[in-house]
Design a protein. Structure first.
Length: 494
């Protein structure tokens, strides 16, 4: 066969990037696997996978942890055996060979060419010169070896991040920034490192909200970050750190896939934490992973959202209409997520069995307050995301309840206000305070206001006490503004 035919017949390395040779350990996917398998060690020594791969000292420390190293290798062999088309023992021997070869190569390369010191002011020139002079088979080995020495004396993740920050700000182009981006990405892939940067947060839900705020950069964050988190947000705002964003997104997804509660053991706190995070993820859009992240979030909801959970969460709220408003707000915020059926069932139970619409009678309290309570519940149904036929079923009795209160309200105003102007202003003020629900009821109120304003005594009583022309003009301007805010002036008949 010809050489070309041999190349065509050669097996293609599978997309799973199974490590066959020492050089395979330096790929981005392999580094992520190393991070998972050696996480306890890396967090203890405050190092990234790249530093481990480019430091003979760190490698000796880890290899000396005999049983820990063996357990990690066995775990990797078991997870990779099928993809590698090998049995576990063969895969394990090949992994040991890769690791031994990488350790041997690291020692030889570092001895042959000790890492050059890094000066942030000449970092760009150093990167380009190192790439021109590269002698190893692993790309950028000498660069990462020098960076490992540059970071070696840092004692905390925060100190390490500060060192990288100096280099990020000094980077002169994307081909240089990508080096720093890789190391920052490996840092924030550690939950411990990320928590140190953004500050101590007491629940998983708030931690994930902080990650969404970072992913949303340059948008202003809602989270109160520690200094490291503020700096990371600034970096993400001004530099295209694609690897760091990808690492943060993996952290977000891991959190959503975990079985840990978002808001603690209390069901009410956990549900509220889910709803806060859902709203934040929905607003963040594609920067937080878009539909893929929302789907992961949706997978959690059926486990914590039920009619019983809602009852438990909302039971402390005394008034039935306030419980309904809260439940309808939850339904609206769920969007396309599962769990909406449970919310709809809860709403039906409260509305029907507690006879909510019938509770809005004249004996329920001061009439203006009661009328406004009906409007608030009406608005909650109208904006809840319920199907139109369901909304109509609920709002029709509410409209009827408010309509029955309006004549009583008009009578009360007429008893308490002596002039037509005072009566009209009282109703206008209620209109501008969103007291009445739109539609037929608001139209009835507008008609009543027109009756008062068409009274022959209206102008005299309205302008009474205005000392001069200027005062009268100001009153008329104020009246016009009230008419506009009430919606009455737009009808063209006021």
């Amino acid at each position: 066969m010809t050489a070309d035919a041999d190349k065509e017949a050669a097996p293609v390395r599978p997309a799973t990037a199974i490590c066959r040779e020492p050089a395979d350990l330096y790929s981005a996917r392999s580094k992520r696997a190393i991070a998972r398998l050696t996480r306890d060690f890396l967090d203890r020594v405050k190092a990234t996978p790249s530093e481990l791969l480019h430091s003979a000292i760190l490698q000796r420390q880890y290899m000396d942890m005999g049983t820990t190293y063996q357990a990690a290798a066995q775990k990797a062999a078991m997870s990779q055996a099928q993809s590698a088309n090998q049995n576990v023992q063969v895969r394990l021997r090949e992994l040991y060979g890769c690791v031994d070869g990488a350790v041997r190569n690291t020692a030889e390369w570092l001895k042959a060419k000790p890492p050059a010191p890094i000066d942030p002011e000449t970092f760009n020139d150093f990167i380009h010169a190192s790439r021109r002079a590269e002698t190893t088979e692993t790309r950028d080995f000498s660069i990462y070896a020098s960076l490992t020495v540059y970071l070696a004396d840092t004692k905390t993740w925060g100190e390490k991040f500060d060192r990288l920050l100096v280099l990020a700000d000094a980077a002169g182009g994307p081909e240089v920034l990508v080096i720093v981006d890789q190391l920052i990405a490996e840092m924030v892939d550690s939950k411990m490192a990320l928590r140190e940067l953004i500050g101590e947060i007491d629940t998983l839900g708030k931690h994930l909200e902080a990650i969404v705020d970072l992913l949303g950069a340059p948008n202003e964050p809602k989270t109160q970050f520690a200094d490291g988190g503020q700096t990371l947000h600034r970096l993400l705002s001004v530099h295209p750190l694609t690897e760091t964003r990808a690492s943060l997104l993996r952290q977000l997804r891991r959190g959503l896939e975990s079985k840990n509660p978002l808001g603690g053991k209390n069901p009410a706190a956990d549900l509220h934490a889910h709803l806060r995070l859902l709203e934040k993820i929905s607003r963040a859009g594609d920067s937080a992973g878009g539909e893929n992240t929302l789907q992961l979030f949706s997978d959690r909801l059926p486990k914590i959202l039920s009619a019983d959970t809602l009852s438990m969460v909302l039971r402390p709220i005394e008034k039935a209409e306030e419980r309904l408003i809260k439940a309808l707000d939850i339904h609206r915020r769920l969007g396309n997520s599962p769990g909406k059926q449970q919310v709809r069932q809860y709403v039906y139970n409260v509305f029907e069995f507690e006879r909510v619409a019938q509770g809005f009678g004249p004996e329920a309290g001061p009439l203006p307050e009661t009328v406004k309570r009906v409007t608030a519940l009406h608005h909650a149904f109208a904006t809840s995301g319920l199907a139109e036929q369901h909304i109509i079923k609920y709002i029709e009795p509410l409209e009827q309840a408010q309509a029955a209160l309006l004549p009583l309200l008009f009578q009360t105003i007429e008893r308490e206000a002596e002039t037509s102007a005072a009566r009209a202003i009282a109703l206008l003020d209620l209109c501008t305070d969103s007291t009445f629900m739109p539609g037929a009821n608001l139209k009835t109120v507008h008609q009543q206001i027109r009756r008062y304003m068409s009274d022959e005594t209206f102008a005299t009583s309205f302008l009474a006490g205005a000392a001069d022309k200027q005062a009268q003009t100001q009153r008329l301007v104020d009246l016009h503004q009230k008419l506009l805010r009430s919606g009455l002036a737009r009808t063209g008949t006021a």
